[in-house]
Structure formats: C-alpha cells, structure tokens
Ligand binder design. Structure first.
Ligand SMILES: CC(C)(COP(=O)(O)OP(=O)(O)OC[C@H]1O[C@@H](n2cnc3c(N)ncnc32)[C@H](O)[C@@H]1OP(=O)(O)O)[C@@H](O)C(=O)NCCC(=O)NCCS
Length: 121
C-alpha cells in the first residue's frame, strides 16, 4: 500500500500453506473436510508504518488481504487464512477481526474462508 507519491504506508504477504487439521480449534474442524492436512493461505508480515498507524489503514489492508485470499479460491483451494502474530498486540488486532487462536499456540490465528466469504457478500 502506497500514498499518491509512491511512499510505502504498509504491506503484507500471502502464500499457499498446509495446516494440520488437528491444530485447528475443534469448532472449526467440524465444518471442514476430514483430511489430516488442509490447504490454507498464510498471511504474513502485515504492518503499517509507525507514522500512519491508528488511521484505519491496517484494517483496510487486512480486508484487502482477505479479499485477495478469497478471490484466489476460485482457482486454488484454501479453507481459511492463517496469521502469525509476533506479539500480544498483533494477536489482539487479529482477534478484533474475528481470527481464532490455535489451541496450542495463541500467536497463530485462523479465519475460515466461509466466514470471509460471508463478510464479503
Ligand atoms: C497492528 C496494525 C497492523 C494495526 O494497523 P492500524 O492502521 O494501526 O489499525 P487500524 O487503525 O486500521 O485499526 C482497525 C481496527 O483494528 C483495531 N486495532 C488496531 N490495532 C489493534 C490492536 N493492537 N489490538 C486490538 N485492536 C486493534 C482498531 O481499534 C480498529 O477497530 P475498529 O475498526 O473496530 O474501530 C499496526 O498497528 C501495525 O503495523 N503494528 C505493528 C506490526 C504488527 O503488529 N503487525 C501485525 C501482524 S504480525
């Protein structure tokens, strides 16, 4: 994400990922195909420059990442988006946006593609 002069305001990465079904919260796996490994999308490094935080850009950038992740499922399967938060505040940011923490590692969080699809509809 850049401003009109091309200055970088924030960024993120998306990559294909495989998640162990056993690691996901039980409430979520109940609704997913019964395979030990499930295709997912990894959201990495989402950040907004210090001078621009608190201006709704992080939320906007996250929506952009979720939209692109969903759009990609027309060609490549993905049961949801996984984010790895590097600290408690980042974890809170994702939980604020309805990501659910993994039971054994709360810094890793999951948002089901079905939830994303509903939100985008
Ligand atoms: C976390 C981060 C991306 C948020 O971006 P931001 O532009 O400051 O956040 P926004 O202004 O877009 O906030 C969007 C919403 O998230 C909430 N929010 C923002 N930061 C939050 C936090 N740390 N904890 C809980 N909620 C948070 C806001 O209150 C706002 O809620 P609302 O839409 O209901 O009013 C940004 O602060 C950042 O880059 N931090 C450093 C890196 C980081 O932690 N990255 C996370 C991935 S590891």
């Amino acid at each position: 994400m850049t401003d009109c002069d091309g200055v970088i305001l924030g960024y993120y990465t998306l990559s294909a990922y495989a998640v162990k079904a056993a690691e996901l919260p039980a409430a979520i796996t109940k609704k997913l195909p019964r395979y030990p490994l499930l295709p997912a999308t990894m959201l990495g490094r989402l950040a907004i420059g210090r001078d621009h935080q608190g201006k709704k850009l992080g939320g906007l950038l996250l929506m952009d990442a979720l939209y692109r992740s969903w759009r990609n499922t027309s060609e490549v399967a993905s049961v949801g988006v996984i984010a790895e938060a590097y600290d408690e505040s980042a974890q809170a940011f994702y939980e604020h946006h309805e990501f659910v923490p993994f039971a054994d590692n709360p810094r890793k969080l999951f948002l089901a593609m079905k939830t994303i699809e509903k939100a985008l509809a």
